[in-house]
Design a binder for this molecule. Sequence first.
Ligand code: SF4
Length: 537
Amino acid sequence: MGFISLGCPKNLVDSEVMMGLLDRAGARLTSDVAQAEILVVNTCSFIDTAKQESVDTILEMARHKTSGSAKKLIVAGCLVERYRDEIMKSIPEVDAVIGTGELEAILAAAGLSSPTPSAAMSPFNILSGAQAAVTHPGKESQSGTHKHGEVLKGHGGVPFGPRAENATELTGALAPEGGLSVTTNFRPEGNLREQQGRFTREDWQGAAHMLPTYLYDETTPRFLTTPRSSAYIKIAEGCDHPCTFCVIPNLRGKFRSRRFESVVAEAQSLVARGVEEITLIGQDTTCYGEDLGLKDGLATLLDVLARIEGVRWLRFLYAYPNRITGKLLETIAKHDNICKYLDVPLQHASPAVLKTMKRGAGADIFLKTIEKVRAAVPGIALRTSFIVGFPGETVQDIEILEQFIQAAKFDWLGVFSYSDEEGSGAFSFNEKVPKRTIEARKRRLMKLQQSISKQAKQQWVGRELVVLAEGESEETPLLWEGRTQFHAPEIDGKVYINDFAELGPDVTTLEPGRFYRAEITEAHEYDVVARVLSGPL
Ligand code: SF4
């Protein structure tokens, strides 16, 4: 089987779950699409460009079926939630579609059956065999656009390799509860939003009526595709926020958290497999546990995970601005192994735009939050992203945003062009901003950030930091690429390593996935250069 995963890390985890299920049922996964009898495309449909990329990839895979090299084509993911019937109707090569809430249906679609659980079968079946054979997933670049893998004409795809001979099953600390979990817990806020029509798909002809409720748990097999030392854990799914530009809640359903013990058990299992960097993800990680009745759920979870021996770097992505509590910041500051890194997509800074986006707040409030964050966690790296060209956005709104970017001095910043999505609140808004204006505004903001980033990176020169060596540079084998705790996987700038002579005359290479102490020697706009001082640590 060949597997192509598009979109964000949350979709990547879904792909890993489907591959884990397939692997456990006896399927052989290959990274060579020409060899695969069954092809699966796990799609993204967040914005226009993502949809286009998904459709292009499906059509490209359909050619393998027409040529006879593949016998089945399965389409999974967000595009299915949105255009279920249309995909089947318009692309006759597609044999089956699987929504985001139906991951286990991949087995039936592939013609496999789920193995009967036996006493010998471990509840922890986290497989890592594909790690060596997999290219990196798509990422948000500094420009806010998606940069994608190299395979399949340079767009989108992450083809997954065969399970290595030595892939093993794990036994974790908790007793299995059996099967795949379906939660029934929702936040009162989510139920209210449902009554208000937040999750409606009425405008979406051919979409399924049922919203997804699926959540994987620690008993679900996962086939890890990230580099050996790093893994994502999805701690929650869905979103209850009313942001008017966003259709993710319509695609992914109401917010629901994984059980606390399940996340801890998965983290323990990953560490037992050699993972040292854990990145917690969800549409909104800062709401974690609210549906389970937990107060300060994310802070409590981080506090427990940070105590697991072997966790070197722990971080979470996608914070909602008004949920950055004192307790959360205290927890980040308290543990050396919680990365001093906060990703908080703010979307805009003009109060008028944020109001129509149904997010509220504005530059003044955000600056106070940033001040609080920096006071509580000195040296913390801040990442954010903005949307430009939201309906009704004026020149004054952009000036407010520019002044805010100037004042806030983010370490990492992405700018996205507004994408008009059917089913979103803003789809019916008037005063749409012309595409050319949107692109000009985006360029202006990125240019501003470029100069802020360049100045900030200069301050890094001379610092000694721990760097995770990720592999030889894609640009030249003379350089290695790595990251510090201030860089999240796949999304921020890079550390280029050009010198490791200090390790001794016999050392001719670094070990990918190992941590080294290094000194920053040069700074560029987004990237820095380092020389290794000692390691691996
Ligand atoms: S917080 Fe807003 S932008 Fe983010 S997933 Fe939820 S609705 Fe979409």
